[in-house]
Design a protein around this ligand. Structure first.
Ligand code: SF4
Length: 287
């Protein structure tokens, strides 16, 4: 029986010195809004839940989830480089499990339908070299490995050289919401990833007061591309308790996405999606 994710309703403020160096003066800085605590987080809103995606129900083993066919999601780390105030896991802190790589290897030995292992968390790039190595060793060489991370924008000097050993099986999904999060340091990080032959994508969340206009999102896509990263997903906000003030109304989101498509070539327009508890894939909000 898988151990349930634990409730963690005190989600502390955390951001790196590098991330803070990109702050602009004043309350309206789109980076500050993502990581600084707001009293609005204490307002309870209808429809906003502790575990909005029902992840505890998708655990097949403590720290290992299967939401979709052919893929396993591993909560490899319980640490992040920044605490994003809108994070859908903000209320569910999982324990660090020392023998998780061994458990993963065992599942992969038995289940031949798995084609890709997604290392998430927390942020897997916050793991020590030996811990990352243990996960990589547990994953057979014919499977793809995906990493979800904000380290390239929060701690870009923290490039783990072990990524070179994965080669073209590595799919790296960075999470950038605003063009100001990208810097010459993040560019260098992505260059090193490209040298590893990794495929690099970005996922964003549409956030009120941060990136809820087409011009900002277009600038983000163009800047990502200039750093070797392709826009992949624009997520609608997961309705997690404490993040209601980031929600963009659907009618406004629709207008933003329509304008975004008019501003960009198709390959720079992210898929606008939502994750729905129990669905067999992500659901397109608009196409
Ligand atoms: S880095 Fe990812 S997992 Fe960590 S708080 Fe931000 S969104 Fe959540």
């Amino acid at each position: 029986m898988a151990q349930r994710l634990q409730s963690n309703l005190s989600f502390s403020e955390k951001f790196s010195a590098h991330y803070a160096s990109k702050f602009k003066v004043g309350k309206n800085c789109p980076l500050r809004k993502q990581v600084e605590f707001s009293v609005k987080e204490n307002i309870k809103c209808k429809g906003f839940k502790i575990d909005p995606l029902g992840e505890s129900g998708a655990e097949i083993e403590s720290g290992i989830l299967q939401k979709y066919k052919g893929r396993l999601l591993v909560l490899a780390s319980n640490e992040c480089a920044v605490h994003c105030r809108f994070c859908f896991r903000r209320n569910t802190k999982h324990k660090k499990i020392d023998d998780l790589p061994q458990k993963l290897a065992e599942i992969l030995r038995k289940d031949k339908s798995i084609k890709e292992v997604i290392l998430s968390g927390g942020d897997p790039l916050m793991l020590k070299h030996s811990e990352l190595q243990a996960f990589f060793s547990a994953i057979p060489k014919h499977l793809n490995i995906r990493i979800h991370s904000r380290v390239p924008i929060a701690m870009p000097a923290k490039f783990p050289p072990i990524l070179q050993s994965i080669g073209s099986r590595l799919i790296f999904v960075v999470h950038v919401n605003h063009p100001n999060e990208l810097s010459k340091e993040s560019k260098r990080f992505f260059e090193r990833l490209a040298q590893c032959k990794a495929t690099i994508f970005n996922q964003s969340v549409l956030l009120k007061g941060v990136n809820d206009n087409a011009q900002t999102l277009a600038e983000l896509s163009e800047k990502l591309f200039s750093q070797g990263v392709l826009p992949y997903y624009l997520h609608s906000l997961d309705r997690v308790q404490g993040a209601a003030h980031f929600e963009v109304p659907l009618s406004k989101a629709k207008a933003i996405f329509k304008e975004l498509k008019e501003l960009l070539p198709g390959y720079l327009v992210p898929k606008f999606v939502r994750e729905v508890r129990g669905e067999k894939s992500k659901v397109w909000v608009f196409s």
